[in-house]
Each structure stands twice: as C-alpha cells, then as structure tokens.
Design a protein around this ligand. Structure first.
Ligand code: N01
Length: 490
C-alpha cells in the first residue's frame, strides 16, 4: 500500500525567518497577492539573533542602520543594541505585519527540488511534511552552521564545551578555568562579558583583530521621545549614518591606502587601553586593516588587562580530557571550553539537498564557491531567489540595506511576471557568468583580497564568494528593476 502524503501549497515558500526572511515576508504581506509560508527550522523566528545568545551578544552596526528602513522603532536602548533589544524589534515586526500565522516553526527543510512538469518547487522537512510553491526564496544566511576547529584530541575533552552560537546558559562559569578559542567578532563581545566571573580565562588567539572604539552609549529618554513623536527625525538620523558608513567603502574597495588613517586610530585605541608592551605587541595585527572584519569594542582591550585573563598566542597542538597543549609544550588545565571559532560561511549558502532543473544539486554546483546573478538568482534553478546570496556580504555597512535591495528586486520580478504572463524565469547562464567575472575582477584590488590575511570571506579555493566589492548604492541601483531580458522566460 502506498502512503499518501499530504501536500501544502503556497505561491511562495521562504526558508529561514531571520532578518532576510522576515523582510521578504513583510513585502509579500503588504502586497497581499500571494500566499506564502516561512519554513523555520528553529522553535521561533530570529535567525542568527535567535541562536547567538552568548553573554555580551550585541550588534556592531548601530541599530538605526541595523533595522528596516521602512520600520522605524523608537525603543532602541543603546546606539549599538544588545541581543534582547534586537529580538524585541524582530518580534515587533512580526506582530506589526501579522506574520505570525505565516511562520511555520520546527520545519527544518532537508530537501527541495524543482518539479519541471508541474512548474513547482517542492520542499520536504525533517518531520516529513511536504510543501509546494511556484517560487522558492532562500534566506537561510551564511552564518547558520557553527564551525568547530580541527584540533587533535578535541573529542576527548571531558568538561563542558560549546560554540558561541549554542551557549549553555544553565552551566555557570563562576570559579572555573575557562578557555575561549578565537578572537573574532563573537569572542570580543563574549570575553569582556564573562571575564569577571571566572577563576581564569585563557584566550587563544591565532590572529589578532583590528579593533576600533565603538563609542556605544545609551539612547536618552529625550531622544527616544523625539523619535516616537517625529519618526522622520529617526529616518533622517538613519540616512546620515548610512552615508557615514557608506563613505568607508572608499577605503575598502577603491583606495585601500586610505586605511592607514583608520589604522592609526586603531593603534591609538590599543595603546591607550594596554600599557604592557608585550601584550600590546601580541595584539598588533600583521595584515592590512579591513582584510578581516574590523571589530568595534570599548571593553575588549580593558578585559585583556585583567589579572585573571591570559592571552595565549601559541597555536593549539592538542587537547586531552582536561588540558589544552600549545605548540611549545605549554599545558593549560581547563574546566570548560568556549569555541568562538565562527561559521561555515562560504559552505552554508546551500545548506540542504537542493535540486534544480535536471536534478543538479546546488551543493555540488557551489562546492568550489557560490555564484549567482546579482547575488540573487542561479542558472539551472527556475523561480528561485536568494536573499544574502553569494557576494552580497559587506565589510563596511549594514546588511539590511542589501536585504532590502534584494527583496525589492524579487518583488519587481513577481510583478513583471504577472504583468507579462510569465510563469517561469531562469537567469541566462551567460548573464550570470558575466556578472561573476566582473565581481571577481573588482575584488582583485580590494583590501579583502590584497590585505595579506586569511578570512572566512575567502574560501579554500582562494575565491571570495561572500563579499560585495562595491558600494551598497551601486548594488541597489543594479537591483532596482527586474529585467526579463536577462532571463529565459516562459
Ligand atoms: O567568527 P570569526 P565570529 N585555533 O570567523 C579563530 C558575524 N558577527 O563568530 O583569525 C585558534 O570572525 C579564528 O582565528 P583566525 C560577523 O559577520 C557579527 O567571531 O582564523 N583560533 C578567529 O579569530 C562575523 O564576521 C556580529 O586566525 C581559531 C575566530 O576563531 C561573523 O559573524 C557579532 C581556530 C573566528 O572568528 C563571524 O564572527 C558576532 C583554532 N584552531 C559575529 N580556528 C555583530 O555584531 C578558528 N579560530 C553584527
């Protein structure tokens, strides 16, 4: 007897309810023409902000910019918001736009495939539920899978250990000897937040980051009231911030030499906070500023001067049940390990079996690096759009700007298809290739490619598949309107 599977139909299926998925859902809801569902693997929306609850989790982009341009919110508590405030904003957006019924939580997509005959996408979730839709939108983001380091003996460590994106809040750090591995954006927030709790914190640094002052401060009640009464004032402040951040792209993409000024500021920041010349020396990066993400913190360096904090710059050789051993033979006895070792970013653009036309799996197609047209559509994958796809990440401004540009492009595509009676679009391979050649050409001179560092921006093949090599206003201009001529349409 064959089991009959119940299938749920929608016009649009969105995968992932983070900032990108929610933005897509809001625009579809506002337009009101399409049925849609957001399939979310977690038990609530929030994406990376739901997962990353580590102590000190906050955004290193100011909240006025790290929020939707169309949804001002007068409740930001600080210029750079902590995790809870950001989650509250996202919840507010879900309520305000009535997205609750559209978000199907606990639906971890394990496979999706294009059904050529039906002209539909079919998604299957871990639970065995089946969904079909005319359009598939991928908004799972690049930072959804924790990366753990390959260190001999890691599996033998007997104490608790976890990645920053899976913080175990029920285990106290009080009085323990804790190792933190990694000194990226997550680590520099975690370390100051936990350093005073424990007996000893050993911070394993492989490469020091460039750290600029964040100059974070609370948003005064008076300012919040002003924003409440006059939302246009908040919009104006947001616009000013946008251009301030955008101007930084000049140094990242056009004149890397301009980074020298910022470098001087970062060194001043370091020298001011750290008196010990040896420690200072260990914290000075030997690559160009901007090559890795420039970090912002007011409390990271001061935390490293605490008596109970040790900075270890030797590489980790191995671990056993309660020790971490370094390359020169030093041995640290530790009770607990926090891995602040980042994400499988480049690999995670296609996080599950994803079969396009002719059964081609996007994971295989992108094994050596993702490529898409305008970071949004992929040849061989009809009626499929990605938000925050290949080469759409930023080193200088808010990703929300990119998300809004892509969502606007997708809405324009749906609109054009309806007006012109098109049911199926697939980007022309030559358009995609030409676009990617241009992107890689432009990346050649940028600080990320010539700055002398290894970063998650560049994959194992040495190809930068994560960053947009230009200004965000250029990206928006390119995605302003969907052009059917770039696509095979039927
Ligand atoms: O990860 P990372 P992250 N031994 O990849 C080190 C976003 N984010 O979670 O530099 C020792 O930056 C590794 O060393 P190295 C943001 O986009 C945003 O901190 O490779 N160390 C590095 O220091 C960010 O870029 C916010 O030599 C090892 C660290 O682990 C992205 O998330 C906040 C090691 C990994 O740093 C990822 O940040 C937080 C080993 N074996 C994060 N293996 C906002 O505020 C790895 N490392 C918006």
């Amino acid at each position: 007897m064959t089991e009959s599977r119940s299938i749920q139909f929608f016009d649009v299926l969105i995968t992932g309810a983070g900032f990108a998925g929610l933005c897509m859902a809001i625009k579809l809801k506002q337009q009101g023409k399409y049925s849609f569902a957001v399939l979310e693997r977690g038990d609530q929306m929030g994406g990376t902000w739901r997962d990353n609850t580590y102590p000190g989790a906050a955004c290193d982009v100011p909240s006025l910019l790290y929020s939707y341009s169309f949804e001002t919110w007068p409740h930001w508590q600080r210029d750079y918001s902590p995790h809870d405030n950001i989650m509250a904003y996202m919840e507010h957006c879900v309520d305000r736009y009535g997205l609750g019924p559209h978000i199907l939580t606990g639906q971890n997509v394990v496979k999706a495939q294009w059904l050529e005959q039906e002209g539909l996408w079919e998604a299957e979730t871990e639970k065995g539920d089946i969904f079909r839709a005319r359009f598939a939108i991928g908004s799972t983001g690049p930072l959804n899978k924790a990366k753990l380091p390959e260190i001999p003996g890691r599996e033998n460590f007997a104490g608790p250990s976890w990645h920053t994106s899976h913080w175990q809040h029920d285990i106290s750090l009080k009085g323990k000897r804790v190792a933190v591995i990694g000194t990226g954006a997550s680590a520099i927030q975690v370390v100051p937040a936990i350093a005073n709790e424990m007996k000893e914190l050993i911070l394993f640094q492989r490469t020091p980051p460039w750290v600029m002052p964040r100059k974070d401060k609370p948003v005064s009640e008076a300012r919040r009231n002003r924003y409440r009464r006059f939302p246009w004032m908040q919009k104006l402040a947001r616009e000013a911030l946008y251009w301030k951040f955008e101007s930084r792209a000049i140094a990242f993409v056009t004149f890397p030499g301009l980074m020298k000024t910022a470098k001087r500021m970062a060194l001043r920041n370091l020298n001011k906070a750290i008196r010990d010349p040896n420690l200072r020396k260990q914290l000075i990066p030997d690559y160009d500023m901007g090559c890795k993400r420039v970090l912002r913190s007011d409390d990271y360096y001061p935390a490293l001067t605490r008596k109970n904090v040790v900075l270890e710059t030797e590489s980790i050789l191995k671990m056993d049940s309660n020790h971490i051993k370094t390359s020169s033979g030093k041995s640290y006895e530790v009770d607990l390990i926090v891995y602040a070792t980042g994400f499988e970013a480049a690999e995670q653009m296609a996080p599950f079996e994803f079969l396009g036309r002719d059964g081609v799996d996007l994971r295989n197609l992108w094994a050596k690096g993702g490529e898409a047209y305008l970071g949004t559509t992929v040849a061989g994958f009809p009626n499929f759009f990605i938000v925050v796809g290949p080469n759409t990440g930023l080193g200088h401004n808010s990703i929300i700007h990119i998300i809004e540009s892509q969502v606007q492009y997708i809405m324009s595509a749906l609109d054009a298809m309806e007006k012109e009676g098109i049911t199926r679009v697939e980007v022309k391979k030559e358009m995609q290739d030409k676009f990617n050649q241009e992107v890689q050409e432009r990346l050649k001179g940028t600080i990320w490619n010539v700055g002398g560092c290894m970063s998650w921006y560049v994959n194992q093949e040495g190809k930068n598949t994560t960053l947009w090599p230009g200004y965000t206003w250029q990206f928006r201009r390119m995605l302003r309107r969907f052009h059917p001529a770039d696509y095979n349409c039927s």
